[in-house]
Design a protein around this ligand. Sequence first.
Ligand code: BTN
Length: 332
Amino acid sequence: MRVLPFMSKTALLPLLADGEFRSGQELADLMGVSRTAVWKQVNRIAAESGIEIESVKGKGYRIPGGIDLLDADRVRGALGERARSLLTRLEIQGSVDSTNSEVLRWVAQSGSSGLVCSAEQQTAGRGRRGRQWVSPYASNLYLSLLWEFSQGAAALEGLSLAVGVAVARALRACGVTAVQLKWPNDVLYDGAKLGGILLEMSGDAAGTCRVVIGVGLNVAMPREAAGAIDQAWTDVRSVSAGQPPGRNRLLAELLNELLPLAADFEQQGFAHWRDEWQALDAFAGEPVVLHTGSGQLAGVARGVDERGALQLETTTGVQSVYGGEISLRAAQ
Ligand code: BTN
């Protein structure tokens, strides 16, 4: 049996991204594989990703309308002055296990603040509470920012909530309004999940800690991939009033918000972000049930305090609930 050389969509799709026809032979030559291998790969990618690849006899293959791949130069060009001064490394990868893991692998070579990794695809994208984050190719945004903080974990209380506010601001700058937040850090539109935030922290809880701020945003989720999502979801394409913003613009706006947030958070604390978080709170005044590892707690959601703790009004008084592995749901 002949073993086909490994050829990934991260090699083939960039060659078709401009929407122009390329013959099977041209693609085969560029990639150093046979025409049959190109044909097989085209069929596999079309089936897996939902990206339409047109095949016309005598002309070759093309993606009608092209696809908007991420481009680090375009992202850099759309950054504001402050974000640009805080960014120390930006890389956009074709495929990676998890951008959170990747940015942590860079630390030894690249210092430890202002590192940003984004990718067209994650093969092992991580969500909160051990879930997978569905991360198909060239459809959504997956990004991780690494920052080093010096004042210990206590100074970082509420950081993940502030990240939610930053994501909502970035979406608003791109014309996506009416975004809401669900404590501790889901990004919602009309009750459906538009994005998620995963902070991973390492280091000295009382001194220098390194935090990876991971953000996943559904932009144009292919139906084929969405089958693996186990909760109500939506994407930027579905909630945009007019022409949806491009992913490069969205990524730049996210960095315009996230880099200054990371740089200033130890001085500002969550108190600086609290009012804005409350204005975006999807569950303010709503009956909710908190699911914790050890049981459930019912009450009415009354916003958050200056440390980002949920204020849950229960029959025995208001309880402050801190994040971690807790999930909040509307009461039935
Ligand atoms: C959630 O469960 O709501 C959090 C999802 C966070 C997903 C992002 S995508 C970029 C970064 N890399 C990961 O592996 N996870 C985060």
